[in-house]
Design a binder for this molecule. Structure first.
Ligand SMILES: [Zn+2]
Length: 76
C-alpha cells in the first residue's frame, strides 16, 4: 500500500538536498564549526535535518565581523 503524501515526504528530500549542497560548498552555517556537536566546517550537524542554533549564531557573528570592515571603509 503506497504511503500518502505528507508535507514531510515532499520537503524532506528538498531539505536534504539543500543542506548537502550548502555543506559541500561550506556555505552559510556550514562554513563554521558547530559549537554544539563540534563538527567542523563542511560537515552536517549530528542532529538530523537541523543546524544547531549556536552554529547559526556563530555564522551570523562571523558575517557581521566581515561586513563591518567594508562599512567602515565606506564611511571613511
Ligand atoms: Zn551542530
Amino acid at each position: 500500500m503506497p504511503q500518502p503524501f505528507t508535507a514531510s515526504t515532499i520537503t524532506d528530500p528538498i531539505l536534504d538536498g539543500l543542506y548537502e549542497t550548502l555543506r559541500l560548498y561550506q556555505h552559510g552555517p556550514f562554513s563554521v564549526r558547530c559549537p554544539d556537536c563540534h563538527v567542523g566546517p563542511g560537515e552536517l550537524c549530528l542532529a538530523r535535518r537541523a543546524v544547531h542554533r549556536a552554529r547559526r549564531r556563530a555564522y551570523r557573528e562571523k558575517l557581521a565581523a566581515v561586513e563591518l570592515v567594508p562599512l567602515l571603509a565606506a564611511a571613511a
